[in-house]
Design a protein around this ligand. Structure first.
Ligand code: ATP
Ligand code: MG
Length: 336
């Protein structure tokens, strides 16, 4: 289904599971901001997803984190005059649609998801929500007739699944859902942990491991320590030939944040010790995060403002969610 008469609609979200990281900024938030000028943009705080590992965060902490993420959306440049910002649990249609989609999703599709496999491995007991979470994510996306989903590389498989689920529903019940497409940045789509460059930087891992990630709200001292202790290799100086994953990760962060090409960056660091690269990465990170932190703290002084943004976001988006939900129910022969 295409509709030439309207702008491309962009939808994306972050789970309020911990402190947003540099990976979330580079792979997602900084990309979202670019879509605001040309496209219709909808950004959601996907709080229902935090229940997939229910004990990972307390109700009080969850409530706080949800508002913190909204504040960070604003501080990173999401403009509520241009984009709709809302909280997933304020819209009952997400869980309602998730049920319809659950019923058309073969179990094997979910069991194949690499993120399920890696997150399940870490749990003593795996909740069914962890398995079902990509279906709720599909509902989040399909509910708004989304065209484009800007995400980091780790989410590619889930967006493809959302597309498969939409196609299966359309096949069974007639054309109902628009098919979404993931938009993955060319550079910085998978920032790795500074403590372990074989693991994707994740805010949930950062809750447990010091030195894993730079948090967007970390103080200067902590950021310096994290970057200066980043894992590299035993070579004495930078060389792009045979550069290890840790060195390439630092180089990527530098390139993305300073908008430097690979050849320029290689020329800058070649033959110098890793301390030089780390110092420049630290400076680039601070130059990016300082203004974000200042804006965040200014917004945070006015919780009423944050609340008004999400209340108005939910009311703006309700007619669309209601329409698509009703279409889906009607297609199955249900609803009013
Ligand atoms: P969690 O550990 O709770 O899964 P997360 O850091 O993976 O947290 P999500 O809320 O799952 O964050 O994802 C939010 C967005 O950030 C998604 O678009 C995801 O692809 C992107 N993202 C997450 N981590 C990275 C990363 N290391 N590099 C680039 N993009 C990332
Ligand atoms: Mg994640």
């Amino acid at each position: 289904m295409t509709n030439q008469s309207r702008k491309q609609r962009v939808f994306s979200g972050v789970q309020p599971t911990g402190n947003l990281t540099l990976g979330n900024y580079i792979g997602a938030l900084s990309q979202w901001v670019l879509h605001q000028e040309e496209n219709e943009t909808i950004f959601c705080v996907v709080d229902l997803h935090t229940l997939t590992i229910p004990e990972s965060i307390s109700p009080e902490e969850r409530k706080k984190k949800i508002r913190e993420v909204v504040g960070l959306y604003l501080a990173c440049g999401i403009d509520p005059q241009k984009a709709v910002i809302f909280i997933q649990s304020h819209m009952k249609q997400h869980t309602e649609l998730a049920w319809l989609l659950t019923c058309v999703t073969p179990l094997g599709w979910l069991e194949r998801m690499t993120q399920f496999k890696s997150k399940a491995k870490k749990q003593e007991s795996v909740g069914s929500g962890l398995l079902m979470y990509p279906v709720l994510q599909a509902a989040d996306i399909l509910l708004y007739e989304t065209d484009l989903v800007p995400v980091g590389e780790d989410q590619k498989q889930h967006i493809e699944l959302a597309c498969d689920i939409a196609q299966r529903f359309n096949h069974l019940f007639g054309e109902t859902f628009r098919l979404p497409k993931a938009v993955i940045p060319k550079q910085g789509a998978r920032i790795m942990g500074f403590d372990d460059p074989t693991t994707k930087m994740s805010k949930s891992i950062a809750q447990e491991k010091v030195g894993h990630a730079v948090g967007l709200l970390d103080n200067e001292k902590t950021i310096k320590k994290t970057i200066m202790s980043a894992v590299t290799d035993s070579k004495l100086e930078f060389s792009i030939e045979g550069a290890s994953p840790g060195v390439l990760n630092l180089l990527t962060v530098y390139e993305v944040l300073t908008q430097t090409s690979r050849s320029e960056a290689v020329e800058r660091f070649s033959g110098k010790g890793y301390g030089h690269l780390k110092k420049d990465v630290f400076e680039a990170v601070m130059a990016t995060l300082k203004p974000i932190q200042q804006k965040y703290h200014a917004y945070n002084k006015d919780p009423g403002f944050i609340e008004s943004i999400v209340v108005s976001g939910a009311s703006k988006i309700t007619p669309l969610a209601t329409k698509i939900m009703n279409n889906a129910l009607k297609a199955t022969g249900m609803g009013q």
